[in-house]
Design a protein around this ligand. Structure first.
Ligand code: TPP
Length: 556
């Protein structure tokens, strides 16, 4: 056993967990740890706001499938992480967030920059720790990484009082021993057989796949099952890319801004197989009339999800990859049926569409062009209309290439998450599709991208308004635009230039392709400002609380 300080032990734990980068910003109580970072070979990215550190760790995790790590000082540094931790929690993303804390003898005394961050983050972490003795560091770190990445993944926070980072310990990295934590891996064979029977007997099956498919790396099994059953597949926002949008069996996204044909199919289905999805209200609409004709099979690694929002006929608790692999042993090839033909007809009749215009840039057109020029890009989004258009009009085909804040819907997520994704997969083009409102929530990270030479691309669909909220005001509040107009400030090209990034702008449709080509060819962080019209709407739309059958088709 080697004797070392707590700070050195933390670095050693991170090294043993294979951590190659952390995102953070220092402060007083973290000085001993930052001093140890100084003499280590750990890569540290200095952000300009701790919220961005959490989102960057999250984007890194989603893009790579590994655990992302962030670090913030006590008090305000720690509380600045909260939105990022909640975002990761809602979307089941494995991150380990480290926070500085005041000395153990000052805890509870309202010491300078003290905040009870374990208390604050209790409901938004999978687990959290306050380390009170340096000798616990190795065990806690080992457990934290294990908990973050196993079962249903999620954020784990470790609070580090200053003195435990200075005190010495004998370093020993123990095995994980958590008798009370047993994430299920094996699936119940009887339930699998019941699910297989229901699917084989179904005349109008639909598979509804969520983010759990991505996290379990189950997209190949999903593809095999869908094609063997000839079952149409709809995905949630979190599941985009788990089934190729262009495939004849693909229904695209379902729910509030899903395709009309996905929603119609769910409403008509006689068996609905939900995999790694949680029946979110944006997906189900009015619960009482959701999938009214269907027997519901629900595969989920988290038993707490089963029956939480909808009645489930056949629950299967387990990892999506195992469960689908087991199901595949019990189902045989089924023919192409009238049901498949009906869906093709709906797809022809109600395609995703928008009204083209020669004079005004259509945001959907920008997305289509991005997809045409860069089909293998990692697409990250902000929140609002930009996010929905990116989900609808990009041809998704790779489960790790669409990164978006689905559950919490966090404006300001996309840009720092894109930085994390680019660091995790530097060989990929990473494009943040942004609204002008959301981008301004973490715009300061342009400095991080420029200083660290992280060439992410930002495509702003700049409508000068908080577009999604304004869309609701247009539809449901008599066009009373209360506080949703941002105006045409700032000049994003000048902001980009001020930070040392490349700034480009398109104001006419004819300029879109050139701007994209120049932006994508650039090897620097690049802001592309696409000036679009404020009245453009996301369509179709199921109003909040309405049934999935009540689909509005909106013209701009
Ligand atoms: C942090 C945060 N605050 C407020 C909201 C509520 N909200 C949802 S969408 C939206 C508008 C987003 O505007 P913008 O980023 O410009 O995107 P657009 O909808 O115009 O594409 C707002 C304010 C949110 N989701 N997140």
């Amino acid at each position: 056993m080697v004797r070392m300080t707590g700070a050195e032990a933390i670095i050693e734990c991170l090294r043993r967990e294979g951590v190659d980068v952390i995102f953070g910003l220092p402060g007083g109580v973290l000085l001993p740890l930052y001093d140890a970072i100084y003499s280590s070979d750990l890569r540290h990215i200095l952000v300009r706001h701790e919220q961005a550190a959490a989102h960057a760790a999250d984007g890194y995790a989603r893009a790579t499938g590994r655990v992302g790590v962030c670090l913030a000082t006590s008090g305000p540094g720690a509380t600045n992480l909260v939105t990022g931790i909640a975002t990761a929690y809602m979307d089941s993303v494995p991150i380990v967030a480290m926070t500085g804390q005041v000395n153990t003898n000052l805890i509870g005394k309202d010491a300078f920059q003290e905040a009870d961050i374990t208390g604050i983050t209790m409901p938004i972490t999978k687990h959290n720790y306050l380390i009170k003795n340096s000798k616990d560091i190795p065990r806690v770190f080992r457990e934290a990484f294990y908990i973050a990445r196993t079962g249903r993944p999620g954020p784990v926070l470790i609070d580090l009082p200053r003195d435990i980072t200075v005190d010495e310990l004998e370093f020993d990295y123990p095995e994980v021993n958590l008798p009370g934590y047993n994430p299920s891996t094996k699936v119940h064979q009887l339930q699998i057989r019941r699910a297989a029977e229901a699917l084989m007997a179904a005349e109008r099956p639909v598979i509804y796949a969520g983010g759990g498919v991505r996290y379990a790396n189950a997209h190949e099994e999903l593809f095999q099952l869908a094609t063997r059953l000839n079952a149409p597949v709809t995905t949630t926002l979190m599941g985009m890319g788990c089934f190729p949008t262009e495939h004849p069996l693909s229904l695209g996204m379902l729910g509030m801004h899903g395709t009309k044909y996905a929603n119609l199919a769910v409403q008509e289905a006689d068996v609905l197989l939900a995999v790694g999805a949680r029946f979110d209200d944006r997906v189900t609409g009015k619960i009482a009339s959701f999938a009214p004709k269907a027997r519901i099979i629900h595969i989920d690694v988290d038993p707490a999800e089963i029956g939480k929002n909808v009645r489930v006929d056949i629950p299967v608790v387990g990892d999506a990859k195992n469960a689908l692999a087991e199901l595949l042993k019990h189902v045989q090839q089924k023919p192409w049926t009238e049901w498949n033909e009906k869906i093709l007809m709906w797809k022809r009749e109600y395609p995703l569409r928008y009204v083209r215009d020669e004079n005004v840039i259509k945001p959907q057109f920008v997305i289509e062009k991005i997809c045409e020029l860069c089909p293998d890009a990692i697409i990250v989004t902000e929140v609002g209309q930009n996010q929905m258009w990116a989900a609808q009009f990009f041809k998704h085909k790779d489960p790790r290439n669409f990164i978006t804040s689905g559950g919490l819907g966090t404006m300001g997520y996309g840009f720092p998450a894109a930085i994390g994704a680019k660091i995790g997969r530097p060989e990929c083009e990473v494009i943040d599709i942004a609204g002008d409102g959301s981008f301004q929530m973490n715009i300061q990270e342009l400095a991080t991208a420029v200083v660290n030479d992280i060439p992410v691309k930002i495509a702003i669909l700049n409508n000068g308004v908080l577009g999604m909220v304004r869309q609701w005001q247009t539809l449901f509040f008599g066009r009373r635009y209360s506080h949703t107009t941002l105006g045409d400030v700032p000049d994003f090209v000048k902001v980009a230039e001020a930070y040392g990034a490349l700034g480009l702008r398109a104001t006419k449709p004819s300029e879109v392709e050139d701007v994209l080509k120049e932006g994508l060819a650039s090897d620097r962080p690049t802001v592309m400002d696409f000036v679009v019209h404020r009245d453009e709407k996301v369509s179709p739309m199921v109003p909040a609380g309405a049934s999935l059958s009540e689909i509005l088709e909106l013209d701009s």
